[in-house]
Design a protein around this ligand. Sequence first.
Ligand SMILES: CC(C)(COP(=O)(O)OP(=O)(O)OC[C@H]1O[C@@H](n2cnc3c(N)ncnc32)[C@H](O)[C@@H]1OP(=O)(O)O)[C@@H](O)C(=O)NCCC(=O)NCCS
Length: 190
Amino acid sequence: MIVRVPWRGVDRRGERLELRYAERRDAARYLEHMARIVRETPWMLQGPEDSVPDVAEEQDVLEELARRDNCVCVVAARPGPPPGRQPILGSVTLLGGRGRRTRHAAELAMGVQQDAWGAGIGSLLMEAALTWARESPILSRVSLQVFSDNVVAYNLYRSRGFVDEGVMERHAKWDGRYGDLIGMGLEVGP
Ligand SMILES: CC(C)(COP(=O)(O)OP(=O)(O)OC[C@H]1O[C@@H](n2cnc3c(N)ncnc32)[C@H](O)[C@@H]1OP(=O)(O)O)[C@@H](O)C(=O)NCCC(=O)NCCS
């Protein structure tokens, strides 16, 4: 499915939704969104105990993502309030390599807040990121890492064509237990 940003429609629950590029003025809401996700789920590499950028630093991060030609950050929100005031329900980021040898390859990271799970927002964000990647003249590969027991995310990635590329065993450790990460990849260009 092709999902071009900006996108407006309804989610699977019939609630209005928009997908748009993150902007500098989203920084505070974006940080709230990330803090919420890392609190609600164990499936992120970042944990609630980790330090995070302040708003000024995050403004610079979002501005840099918008400026770089092999990176993108898309957020999902309910239409209504202007950007900067809208709570962010979900996000997807493609972070392309900085050097000449890895400019074609981007790492994907995504998350949706728990009370919005199952409404199709994650699927829409994934389609938006993949549409952007396929239409990019630079990117030819998207990769990601997913915890081996994160079944919903793993199935979402498989359903969009990502293939397993290896397992990083015991790569994450928290609360006295280890987690394995599956590396996955998808070709998006020649
Ligand atoms: C993984 C995640 C992004 C999915 O977001 P979402 O908005 O719930 O996704 P969707 O509602 O679009 O559902 C995606 C697919 O999973 C399926 N799904 C969703 N919740 C499910 C559940 N509880 N059980 C089984 N399948 C489920 C949906 O049917 C859909 O499949 P389809 O496209 O074939 O219909 C979200 O669960 C999340 O943010 N999890 C925590 C953070 C995380 O794991 N991030 C990824 C790190 S690699």
